[in-house]
Design a protein around this ligand. Sequence first.
Ligand code: SAH
Ligand code: SF4
Ligand code: F3S
Length: 481
Amino acid sequence: MGDGSMAKKLYIETVGCQMNVLDSEMVVASLRREGYELAASADQADAILFNTCSVRQHAEDKVYSALGTLKRLKQQRPQCVIGVLGCMAQKDQRQVFERAPYVDLVVGPGQLHRVPELIEAARSEKERQVAVSLDRTSGTLDAIRRSHETFDPLRDPAMRPTPFQAYLRIQIGCDKFCTYCVVPNTRGPEQGRAPGDILAEARVLADQGCREVTLLGQTVNSYRHVDGERVTRLSDLLEAVAQIDGIRRIKFVTSYPLDMTDDLLDAVRSLEKCSPYLHVPLQSGSDEVLRRMKRGYTVAQYDEMMQRIAERLPGAAVASDFIVGFCGETEWDFEQTVEAVRKYRFKNSFIFKYSERPGTKAADRIPDDVPYEVKQRRNRELLALQNAISEEDNQCFIGQTVEVLVEGLSKAARQRKSAGPPVQLTGRTPCDRIVVFEGNERQIGQFLPVVVYEANAHTLFGEVVTGEYCHDGDSVQLTLP
Ligand code: SAH
Ligand code: SF4
Ligand code: F3S
């Protein structure tokens, strides 16, 4: 190392949400500009980075235990720079050094543009580097906002799992302050990016061959950008992105129930490129629990939203998140959640056991009083119900033709590394359903009609057919040539 003739090697691990996946893409792109190449393992890397998540204790434990395994490596190769990036860096700041003293670098999600410079500083000055944003009480709103810088322009198709799909950030931060959640602290105040910047980036993506963009925000449908008299909403952005040649599919996540306005549902309906797929977490089916979570809506309001979705977007797929075992959740409260899952038949639900997070209102004021075993049982029960519903609903696709954007080799094909053709491929429908089928590697990146012959809770299995198709949610009518 360090002889100047070899490219510097970078190893990065990413946990957490889509925002982190996108941030890692940007960090890698910025380091590639400085001459770094990706390494397959930490052993030989000159820089080892962890892009971290604080949303649950488990996500943090994983990172600290991975850091633990690097202690020896750092003793043997002290010139190697170890960095902790992302939400846990923002939340724990210098405390990271107490738990892992051989870390050189702590960089919050609002300061990631400084990573290349900070790695160099850590190396040359042999001193720990910390770059975090202001927390939400230490400064004027304007200063706090400015300290959470969005980090977006370096799009590098080589850094994405597939060059045909990309996340596109339209909003940073969150202002909802649900009582259980660290995100408003780690990601700072909600800020909508300027529409001009978003559209310029969408055009770059399209020019790079990207066919599907997923617009990202913690409460993506609360997006608003005000410029003098001009107010831009998510529905306006969808219309503008849909006009870009090359982009064929547009999704957006994650939505907030109270901001699911009619203009948005109408835009999704009228724009053929826009997938009728909505991820709108309910979190709990009990008003009491929702109130303690400070989610800001009641079950009746969520129900009203679901009715409007059913009326304006028949065939739409709705996904949800749930937290089980939140402070004070009784058996009756939990039953209300079970009933809600039964009633709304979500396409899928992400189900989490409540994890108390330091610095949140719930941690300060409401006791985490549901025993772990109870959380575990409720999690299992709700998941079993959701899986049964997903399986039943997926089986309705048997015999139907769906439109699939081919993403790559299926997991089984990657593990087997068998030489095709045919090889097993995987892709997604407009409504985010995973489809596995046989084909050849040339088809990766194409949109193909696939007729479904088998289905379980998580996957549709099918075979490619030829012909023209027209859409209605995921179900496609095929006119044979
Ligand atoms: N902004 C998104 C969600 C961000 S976090 C939204 O509001 O919908 C993703 C999910 O993690 C949340 O929807 C919630 O279900 C879960 N979650 C957040 N904080 C949690 C905590 N302290 N314990 C358990 N699950 C949590
Ligand atoms: Fe967290 Fe609530 Fe904001 Fe989602 S809306 S990121 S759950 S505070
Ligand atoms: Fe985790 Fe931060 Fe995302 S806490 S869920 S990585 S915004």
